[in-house]
Design a protein around this ligand. Structure first.
Ligand SMILES: *[C@@H]1O[C@H](CO)[C@@H](O)[C@H](O)[C@H]1NC(C)=O
Ligand SMILES: *[C@@H]1O[C@H](CO)[C@@H](O)[C@H](O)[C@H]1NC(C)=O
Ligand SMILES: *[C@@H]1O[C@H](CO)[C@@H](O)[C@H](O)[C@H]1NC(C)=O
Ligand SMILES: *[C@@H]1O[C@H](CO)[C@@H](O)[C@H](O)[C@H]1NC(C)=O
Ligand SMILES: *[C@@H]1O[C@H](CO)[C@@H](O)[C@H](O)[C@H]1NC(C)=O
Ligand SMILES: *[C@@H]1O[C@H](CO)[C@@H](O)[C@H](O)[C@H]1NC(C)=O
Length: 665
């Protein structure tokens, strides 16, 4: 009896929860209708793949309390299907948990499901293993591409179905593809195929949409009937003209800017970009005055941990490790005027301020719109408090082994031998590093030119002869260097992938040595290639037992280690921190085996990397592993890294970006 009653209550609970939940487009009144009522959203972007899971709740609460109705998030396919048929949906990959959390907190979700997302993410979210077929045409009706898309979506989309708004979940609309009109294929059959695939898995009710740059050519190739067209544009854009582009494709229905750029991207070797406050305010106000829906891109930027950053479309520089550089959301307890003052003074240098600024700005706007029918309620209560940061100070580091000395422990499989060089993709190496080795066929006592044909080094090669550093070849920058060596010596190139192009025609971004190398004009042959699994080796603790090296005075890629204890007697430690590399050049860093990302203070603009507290432990030594690819300070000066409590995101003077000049995804 009790069971029966509980079951009925359960059913009642179910039905009251989902009964009458509808979300649709009203073409007569140019708006959305949620449960029958006119609705428009002010939303913000956050990517779960760029935020440690332990912070999801904190960040979502902050978005809620900033007055947002909804969040936009991308789904990176390569984050979930690392190998064909191998799926990851646990831990930081647990998108269902993320969406459920949003639901509990009361945020609606606009899901940008891919398959391609751009997002300044490695290969725009497409798995690198697609390149196993060399001639594959990504984002087209290429049958091998479609086959992989279908397999993935038939796994992924059914997980999303119960999370649709109609079914009691938070997802109100789903994006298919992304800025497809900026891609060269203009393949409507592909869009038709995707539409069918999404409909089969999700049903007919959910609103499916596309996003494109606010120019007619983009919209023409980017969308088809059955997918609702939205546009994206940043501050300084003529809002009326931009929405006229949307109206070209959608004469009726809600106006939507799916990406309003509250910041801009940083690239290695370029100044830190900052967007002028007044420009954001002015354009955002205009968008809201048009009665449009808007998504702030990004609201919470997050971090490209590990190797996940993408690469610029013109393939010159690589994305930096932090994303939109205001990720580490926390709050200063200042008055509003002080905040604005700080914002102008600091011009985006501290993530905290932008968040506070955006939060108060959004709240302010919601207040001014609160008299209209669709905006009545702003969450009560203060903006959630700062996530504290702690300066653990200097950690002394010691040299352990060069990559060549550690080679046996680092090789994941192989080595592979071939007369001419193979790509990473030939060897099924999706990220990281491969060591390419050949034997010098004769003496080269004078400086002799080692060159890449047709700019074929993807992306950087650290060259040594018998372990002695010779120079660096770099895509688009350094096509040749001079070396010396003797007959029979090992010529080694440690080749680094710096992230795959995430936008445009060159999205099929193969890595490694794509073309032959010549020495003194002769093609080098008989290569031995060692695909490296450095992350695995670090997890296995390969450096733990290694004794430290005597300084050998040759700069070649080398591992360093250090350790530290979280101080006792201070409450609430461990806390987040930022790590700085005084005197170091370029490399990769792991803490307790977690791959934090790339550092490159020699090129900038980003100087510190974000270290989330969840990777630190108060109960044992914390281990820091650094792979310095060029020069460390350790031969000549004090050898340390330093934990500080403020980020340094700008090496030099900030650069005010004219964002209306760009369109991005
Ligand atoms: C903005 O675009 C509209 C429509 O194309 C045009 O009428 C208007 O003159 C433009 N405004 C400015 C300031 O260029
Ligand atoms: C090396 O350089 C020296 C001095 O320029 C020159 O005399 C010699 O012929 C060169 N040797 C070879 C093998 O090219
Ligand atoms: C290599 O040496 C040649 C001859 O000395 C010189 O012309 C060339 O500029 C050098 N190349 C580089 C990259 O240093
Ligand atoms: C390297 O050169 C050889 C001989 O010319 C050629 O057959 C081969 O295709 C080249 N390999 C690459 C990757 O370019
Ligand atoms: C490459 O290896 C083959 C087979 O071992 C050998 O015959 C050839 O001489 C080698 N080529 C060079 C340039 O060392
Ligand atoms: C750090 O390394 C030591 C061995 O050198 C190990 O005992 C310890 O557990 C490691 N700490 C963490 C947090 O993995």
């Amino acid at each position: 009896m009790w069971y029966y009653a509980a079951f009925v209550l359960f059913l009642l609970g179910q039905s009251t929860e989902t009964f009458g939940r509808t979300f649709e487009i009203d073409y007569n009144y140019n708006c959305f209708r949620k449960d029958g009522k006119a609705f428009r959203y002010i939303s913000g972007s956050i990517h779960y793949s760029r935020v440690p899971r332990c912070y999801w709740k904190d960040r979502l609460l902050k978005m809620k309390m900033a007055g947002l109705d909804a969040l936009y998030t991308y789904v990176p396919w390569n984050f979930h299907e690392p190998k064909p048929g191998v799926y990851e949906f646990s831990g930081n990959h647990d998108i269902e948990a993320f969406l459920q959390l949003a639901n509990e907190i009361g945020l609606l979700v606009i899901l940008r499901a891919g398959p391609y997302i751009c997002a300044e993410w490695d290969m725009g979210g497409l798995p690198a293993w697609l390149l196993a077929k060399k001639s594959i045409v990504l984002r087209s009706s290429d049958p091998d591409y479609l086959q992989a898309v279908d397999t993935w979506m038939n796994v992924f989309l059914p997980k999303m179905k119960p999370l649709l708004y109609q079914n009691g979940g938070p997802i109100i609309t789903i994006q298919v593809e992304n800025e497809f009109g900026s891609y060269f294929t203009c393949d409507y059959n592909y869009l038709r195929h995707l539409t069918k695939l999404f409909r089969q898995n999700l049903g007919d009710e959910v609103v499916l949409f596309t996003t494109d740059g606010s120019g007619l050519p983009y919209v023409r190739c980017g969308t088809i009937e059955g997918l609702y067209t939205t546009v994206d544009f940043g501050p300084g854009t003529n809002v009326t003209a931009a929405f006229e582009v949307q109206r070209y494709s959608e004469p009726n229905g809600p106006l939507i800017n799916s990406e309003f750029y509250t910041g801009w991207l940083d690239h290695w070797g370029e100044p830190h970009s900052v967007v002028a406050t007044e420009r954001i305010v002015k354009t955002l106000t205009e968008i809201l005055d048009h009665g449009a829906n808007v998504n702030m891109y990004m609201f919470i930027g997050g971090t490209n941990f590990g190797y996940w950053n993408g690469k610029k479309k013109l393939f010159i520089f690589k994305r930096v490790t932090d994303y939109f550089l205001f990720c580490h959301v926390s709050v200063f307890k200042n008055t509003k005027s002080t905040i604005l003052y700080n914002w102008v003074q600091w011009a985006g240098k501290t993530p905290d301020i932008l968040y506070v600024w955006l939060s108060s700005k959004v709240k302010f706007m919601l207040f001014s719109f609160s008299s209209s029918a669709s905006y009545k309620k702003i969450p009560e209560g203060p903006i959630p408090p700062t996530t504290p940061k702690f300066a653990y100070g200097e950690i002394s580091m010691e040299k352990v082994k060069t990559v060549l000395e550690a080679l046996d422990a680092l090789v994941s499989f192989g080595p592979i031998k071939n007369i001419y060089p193979l790509t990473f993709d030939d060897m099924k190496q999706n990220f990281g590093f491969v060591l390419y080795r050949t034997i010098l066929p004769r003496d080269y006592r004078n400086l002799t030119t080692l060159a890449t044909l047709f700019n074929g080094v993807r992306d950087r090669a650290y060259v040594t002869v018998n372990g002695v550093f010779q120079g660096i070849l770099e895509r688009d920058r350094e096509m040749s260097i001079n070396i010396t060596g003797t007959n029979g010596a090992h010529l080694d190139l440690l080749v680094e992938s710096m992230g795959r192009v995430n936008f445009g025609r060159y999205n099929n971004d193969f890595k490694g040595l794509l073309t032959n190398l010549t020495l003194n004009g002769e093609i080098l042959s008989n290569w031995t290639m060692y695909p490296l699994d450095i992350d695995g080796a670090i997890t296995r603790g390969f450096l733990n037992e290694a004794s430290t090296l005597k300084a050998s005075n040759c700069a070649s890629p080398t591992f360093y280690k250090g350790s530290f204890l979280i101080p006792s007697g201070i409450p609430d430690l461990p806390q987040d921190t930022f790590i700085k590399f005084p005197g170091w050049t370029k490399g990769q860093i792991w803490i307790n085996g977690f791959n934090l990302g790339r550092y490159w203070p020699a090129r900038g603009p980003q100087i510190t990397l974000y270290v989330p507290m969840n990777i630190l432990t108060a109960s044992s030594l914390n281990n820091v592993t650094v792979l310095e690819l060029e020069n460390s300070p350790c031969e000549t000066a004090k050898c340390f890294v330093e934990f500080v409590d403020k980020p340094i995101l700008s090496k030099t003077k900030d650069f005010i970006t004219e964002m209306s000049l760009f369109s991005k995804g």
